[in-house]
Write a protein that binds this ligand. Sequence first.
Ligand SMILES: NC(=O)c1ccc[n+]([C@@H]2O[C@H](COP(=O)([O-])OP(=O)(O)OC[C@H]3O[C@@H](n4cnc5c(N)ncnc54)[C@H](O)[C@@H]3O)[C@@H](O)[C@H]2O)c1
Length: 327
Amino acid sequence: MTILVTGGAGYIGAHVVRLLLERGESVVVVDSLSTGRPERVSGAALVDLDLGADGAAAHLEALLVKEQVDAVIHIAALKQVGESMADPLLYYRQNVGGMTNLLSAMQQAGVRRFVFSSSAATYGMPEETTVTEKTPCQPINPYGQTKLIGEWMTEASARAWGLRPVNLRYFNVAGAQSPDLADPAALNLVPIVIGKVLNGEAPVIFGDDYPTPDGTCVRDYVHISDLASAHLAALDSTAGDGPLETVLNVGTGMGASVLEVVKLVGEVAGREVTPTIVGRRAGDPPKLVADVSLIERALGWKAKLGLSEIVESAWNAEVVRRGTSAT
Ligand SMILES: NC(=O)c1ccc[n+]([C@@H]2O[C@H](COP(=O)([O-])OP(=O)(O)OC[C@H]3O[C@@H](n4cnc5c(N)ncnc54)[C@H](O)[C@@H]3O)[C@@H](O)[C@H]2O)c1
C-alpha cells in the first residue's frame, strides 16, 4: 500500500512515517519544510511542496496518480495558538486553504481514505473536564477553528463524494520514540520545562489557584509512540466500505497536573526543581482530559505508555540533541 503523509518531516509526522515504514508500507511525504527537516523522513520519498501555494492542488493530484497513492494521512499544519491570534488569515490560508487543495486533489484522483490531525483545541473551554467526541466544539482561537473547519470539510466530503475520513483529536503530545525524531520546538509544557531545567532556569507555572488537587492545570499527555500507532489503527479502519467512526479523541484518559510534570522532570534530571508561580493565563481551562472509550471501542487502540515514559524519552532526546550530559 502507498500512503501519502503530509507534514511527514515534522515531529509527529516523522514518527508516523517511521512506523508506517516499519510495517512495510510505501510512503511519500509532502512537506514545505517550514518547521520540518528532510533528515527526519527515514528515507521515504520527500516532495517539497507548500499545500497552501497556488497550483498545489494540481501538483498533488498528479502526485497521487503517479505514486498510485491508496490513502492520505494529513498532518501538515501551522500549530501555534499565539501566532494564529496575531495572524489569523495566515492560519486560514495555510491550514484551511492547504487542506482544500489536498481534498480537491484526492477527489480528482479518486483517493478516499483519509486520516486528519485534528486537536483537542477544537473543544475550546468546555464545561466538562473529561470530554467525549460529543462535547460541543467551541474553539477559542483561529488555530482551533482551522482544525474544526478541517473536520467539517471531511464530513461534507464524506457525504458528497465518499471520502472515508478519521479525524484524530490529539490531546497533549510529547516524548520521542528515539532522539533523532524528537520535537526540537519548545512550544508545549514538557519540552518547555525540560529546556528550562537544562538551562538551569526555573520553569514558570501559570496559576496555582485552579480548582484541581494541587491548584495547577490538569491535562492529558499522550506519548508520541502511542499517538503514531493510533494513526495506523485509524488508517486501517478506513479500508472497505463499512461503518466508520469519523471523530476520535486520542489521549490516555488520565490527567496530570503542571506541577506533577515539573516534579517528574526534576526526578528524571536528578535535580531539585523549584518552579516560579505567576498569574493565570487567559484561555486555560482548569482540567481537560480525553474520554477515550470511543477510540478503544472503534479501533481497539489504547495508550500503553504513561507520563514517566513521556518525560524520560523527551529528556533523553533533548540531552542527545544538545550534546550535553544528563545530570
Ligand atoms: N504537537 C501537538 O501537541 C499537537 C496537538 C494537537 C494537534 N497537533 C497537530 O499535529 C500536526 C503536527 O504537529 P507537529 O507537532 O508535528 O508540528 P511540526 O511543526 O513539527 O510539524 C508540522 C509539519 O508540517 C509542515 N507544514 C506546515 N505547513 C505546511 C504546508 N502548508 N504545506 C506543507 N507542509 C507544511 C511543516 O514543515 C512540518 O514538517 C499539526 O497539524 C498540529 O496542528 C499537534
